[in-house]
Design a protein around this ligand. Structure first.
Ligand code: MG
Length: 350
């Protein structure tokens, strides 16, 4: 099942895997019940780092495109994983896109480096794991009965994220509020097309305890999003509009903050730069994820101590996680004091 490539001192292995979602997941533009991923391993002097690429269909990457990219990678020119900046720059310039494929290498490399130092990566970065904000749990668009059921199942979470952007928006919020008082955040996934409607909704949501608004309108509607941000009683967050570090200057003044995801931004190294740059500009930082195994989620969580909001429920939404890593207890992310990104394969654990 594993493809294996020996490249000088490094060996890269990868294989496709399909994540099964616990519930069919619906957002403003589509529904799905599985997510394709590629699992990676990067070996150097007998030490193995784990990585992952997750490819929800709307991002334009597939298992085939990731495999194609990984087949192109040749690390034989690098004699040490400590040439980290140079190595990841080489990987990045191979293709313009393929951000998830790049993240699969970046995560495996960080895991490897942490294991070589025998320290968790959050410690190497100098972050305290107790600073992680509680993670939200996502409620997809669904019927009233299912929404109520999902919210009741999520009663231990201190924050819920609700997907909006269809005609059912007010029903979704009213239904959640009939069974829960926790703070909410709303992700519209570009679903609203009119700035006046968006502003009206921002006020309506604010009155119902929604604390921020993610990607209210299409990313192309820069002026309208800026107009809304100026007037909205709650912060606006760019998700679809924000992929990588170089996007941030153009978003300053258009949104109140950004949503960083490893699969959009090529991995942990750039994600950290983005969090620090956005914070410097006075923007809010949210750390999000795709549906992913505990590998990519735990990798993202290394950065969570320096963000304003964490949305790291991706591994909780699947039924066939292959790794044991960050755990969520009463809505709080718990990072282990384990080297690298701190995950172990489940088969070995059991
Ligand atoms: Mg989003």
């Amino acid at each position: 099942m594993w493809h294996s490539k020996k490249m000088g001192k490094f060996t890269l292995r990868f294989r496709p895997y399909t994540l099964e979602l616990r519930h069919v997941f619906t957002v403003a533009s589509f529904s799905r019940s599985t997510t394709p991923v590629i699992l990676t391993e990067l070996e150097y002097e007998g030490v193995i780092g784990y990585g992952e690429a997750s490819m929800p269909p709307y991002l334009g990457e597939s298992q085939d495109s990731v495999i194609q990219f990984l087949n192109k990678v040749d690390l034989s020119a690098f004699s040490s994983p400590w040439q980290t900046a140079e190595l990841l720059h080489y990987v990045d310039q191979l293709e313009e896109r393929n951000t998830a494929a790049k993240a699969a290498i970046d995560i495996a490399l960080h895991d490897l480096l942490g294991k070589l130092l025998n320290q968790p990566f959050y410690k190497i970065w100098g972050f305290h794991p107790n600073r992680i904000p509680p993670t939200s749990f996502t409620i997809g668009i669904d019927t009233e009965e299912m929404v109520r059921k999902k919210v009741e199942e999520a009663s231990t979470f201190k924050m819920l994220k609700v997907k909006l952007g269809l005609e059912t928006d007010k029903m979704m919020i009213d239904t959640i509020r009939s069974v829960s008082n926790v703070p909410l955040c709303a992700d519209v996934n570009q679903g609203w097309k009119d700035k006046h409607h968006a502003l009206e909704m921002a006020h309506w949501l604010n009155e119902r305890g929604v604390v921020f608004l993610e990607q209210p309108m299409p990313k192309e509607m820069m002026e309208e999003n800026a107009w809304l941000t100026e007037r909205s009683p709650i912060p606006t967050i760019a998700d679809e509009a924000c992929q990588r570090l170089h996007d941030i200057p153009g978003l300053h003044g258009v949104y109140s903050g950004i949503n960083i995801k490893l699969m959009k931004c090529t991995g942990m190294r750039e994600a950290k730069k983005m969090a620090e740059f956005a914070t410097t500009l006075g923007m809010k930082v949210m750390l999000g994820c795709m549906t992913e195994t505990s590998c990519a989620i735990t990798a993202a969580a290394q950065l969570a101590p320096i963000v304003d909001w964490a949305d790291l429920d991706g591994a909780l939404l699947i039924s066939n996680d292959l790794y044991k890593g960050m755990e969520v207890m009463n809505g709080q992310c718990l990072l282990k004091d384990a080297p690298g990104i701190g995950i172990i394969p489940r088969a070995q654990h059991n």
